[in-house]
Design a protein around this ligand. Sequence first.
Ligand code: UDP
Length: 337
Amino acid sequence: MAELMRIGAGGRKKHQRILVAGGAGFLGSNLCERLIANGNSVICLDSFLTGHKANVAHLIGHPLFKLIEHDIVLPLPEFGPVSQIYNLACAASPPKYQADPLHTFKTNVIGALNLLELAELYDARILQSSTSEVYGDPEISPQPETYRGNVNTVGPRACYDEGKRAVEALFHEFHLQRGVRTRIARIFNTYGPRMSPSDGRVVSNFVVQALAGSEVTVFGDGSQTRSFCYVSDMLDGLMALMAAPDTVCDPVNLGNPAEFTVLQLARSVIKTIKSPSLISFVELPEDDPKQRKPDIRRAAHVLGWSPKVSLAEGLAETIPYFASCSQQSERTVVAGE
Ligand code: UDP
């Protein structure tokens, strides 16, 4: 019923009616665009807490796109059957998810419950955007899915980390107890066009600061590491996981294992932009993980997936996007004068 049409002589490719919760966010809006380009019909739910209407403005009016403003913490509106659900709905940047920790926790747990019940109702596949944050401040590197993590349950990141961990448990039980066709992607740091310039994350901050020629703020001494995945690689991974057999219900790491210190990232952004910016060292936030690098052998094995875009190539795509955002905001300021 949720399959819209078949294409091709053999009629093998089925187009789907797909729900993307958090569809106006960074990952969500890029995903909506990709799914529609493949001929699928997309229902985009977003509360616009951290998502932006501008991210999907070019899709509004498209016959395969429907935008519904809604917070998944609340009972879901009626929109008929769907065959796939991507749950990307939650603030992902530490300053944003820490702004209202209780709401972050509710978005994770109550939001996921609502979507899981919908998946059960329509026998839809459902993919949860989990996170490398389930590993907390890891004691081993790289982090395989079998590592159980080192999370502070009462720290400033707990609302997100423990919320996401709870959702993994919910997905596991809905699969076991009710036969729901679940998938869990543990997403590592991802960047690219449509990140909000004010997101507060390291790539967006550094690029915006270097473009403006202002100080690039390295937290701590910059020796902490992250592994940065370009958005197109992440979408390939998420879609491959959704398309995988229903037996692939255990968590799968998705990320780029190329590891950089935050200081290396700062220097490479400044160099790429040829910015006059200086680096300033400011206080390291509490519970900031010291290292993060995905072990992606499971993704390679079960999905045949690995990232293709290097940090240098990804930054070359991302910097012009942030430059256009700053030009737009300058024009808005001038027009408002
Ligand atoms: N960071 C930084 N300067 C910034 C923003 C972040 O040095 O302006 C650091 C932050 O302390 C962390 C890393 O960059 O060690 C990645 O931070 P982000 O908020 O992007 O994501 P996280 O991986 O911590 O969730």
